[in-house]
Design a protein. Structure first.
Length: 343
């Protein structure tokens, strides 16, 4: 599942982030908008984090890692050097452009990383791209040189708008935070087109939700709006339902199908979710964020019932078809079958 990739370059990206580039074997296939899960053992703990790929098409894989106060992996990443190797999972993710000819990209902070790949791919095939990018100040802008280079190269196709919250700019509309209201005002001023064929949002959950509500209010079809959440603030997971509590009290039996193999284990009262229960019994299921955001643990309920504590990544059609996130799943029946091989 993981393989070692050697770091070929590591350099600062803005005031508190680094860009890490990997020696990339030809058999690694990736699409703009996807992410890499990096893994390391830090203080004896298996730590994994997902980082969006920020490479141009056909270029070696690179990610941008922003330092998070107290964040084990992001702090560790700042100490990496050229020539070291890191365990990396095959690229995953579905935050990928769909061949649209007009794109509106909205990012805040490190949410810019997938937008670099998405914009580069779209511009290269002749699409028109508007990127609204929010930061504290000009010093904290990640991939500034890359964005400037794209702007120079695709002058008539690429509309780049920086919004800064702690550094006043001459145009009042460009000051503050990225929000639904800010986007709406930019649209009314003719600076952005909300009717782009694809709207891609990446950053904190609160920003995404605010912008998405505005867009749907403006009549943008939900099918055109795509998002990738980097973190959520203050959203409490749903408490287990009575059915989930009863199933756990009885020691619900969970059967998983993974890479064609069936394994059985139990979920008990102290287990927060299926992923933790499996790990307690020595079975490693795929995961990365453990927070309902990345979809690495996505699987399908093939039999029985289940509920999730949170879901920030599965789309309505996936929920309808019975997909769930193992890191958030609790059985609601005494037997639950989860298929990790389901497409
Ligand atoms: S591990 Fe990321 S959603 Fe479950």
């Amino acid at each position: 599942m993981f393989r070692d990739l050697t770091i070929t370059d590591i350099r600062p990206e803005g005031s508190d982030a680094v860009r890490i580039t990997f020696d990339t074997p030809e058999d690694i296939d990736w699409k703009p908008g996807q992410y890499l899960t990096l893994r390391s053992t830090i203080d004896g703990q298996d730590i994994r984090r997902s980082y969006s790929i920020a490479s141009f098409p056909d270029q070696p894989l690179c990610v941008g890692v922003k330092r998070v106060d107290g964040g084990a992996f992001s702090t560790f990443a700042q100490s990496l050097t050229r020539g070291k190797s890191v365990q990396v999972m095959q690229p995953e993710g579905r935050f990928c452009p769909r061949g649209e000819q007009t794109l509106l990209l909205v990012a805040a902070g490190s949410g810019i990383t997938p937008m670099i790949s998405i914009a580069a791919e779209a511009l290269e095939r002749g699409a028109e791209v508007t990127l609204v990018y929010g930061n504290r100040n000009s010093g904290s802008i990640m991939f500034k040189d890359t964005l400037d280079a794209l702007k120079d190269r695709y002058m008539g196709q690429f509309n780049l708008i920086h919004i800064l919250s702690r550094e006043p700019q001459d145009v009042e509309l460009l000051n503050g935070r990225v929000s639904g209201e800010k986007l709406q005002r930019l649209a009314r001023a003719g600076a952005v087109d909300l009717n782009a064929e694809g709207v891609y949002l990446c950053g904190p959950g609160a920003m995404i939700d605010d912008v998405a509500v505005m867009l749907t209010g403006e009549g943008v079809p939900e099918t055109r709006i795509h998002h990738e959440r980097f973190f959520m603030e203050g959203e409490a997971p749903r408490a287990p339902s009575v059915a989930a509590q009863e199933a756990a009290e009885k020691g619900a039996q969970v059967e998983v199908v993974l890479d064609g193999t069936r394994r059985v284990f139990n979920v008990e009262e102290d287990d927060e979710n299926v992923l933790d229960a499996a790990a307690r019994q020595g079975l490693e299921l795929p995961y990365s964020c453990k927070g309902g955001m990345c979809c690495t643990c996505r699987c399908k309920v093939a039999e029985g019932g289940a509920e999730m504590a949170v879901n920030y990544s599965l789309e309505p059609w996936e929920l309808e078809q019975g997909f769930t996130l193992a890191c958030q799943t609790r059985p609601t029946t005494e037997k639950l079958v989860l298929d990790f091989d389901a497409a």
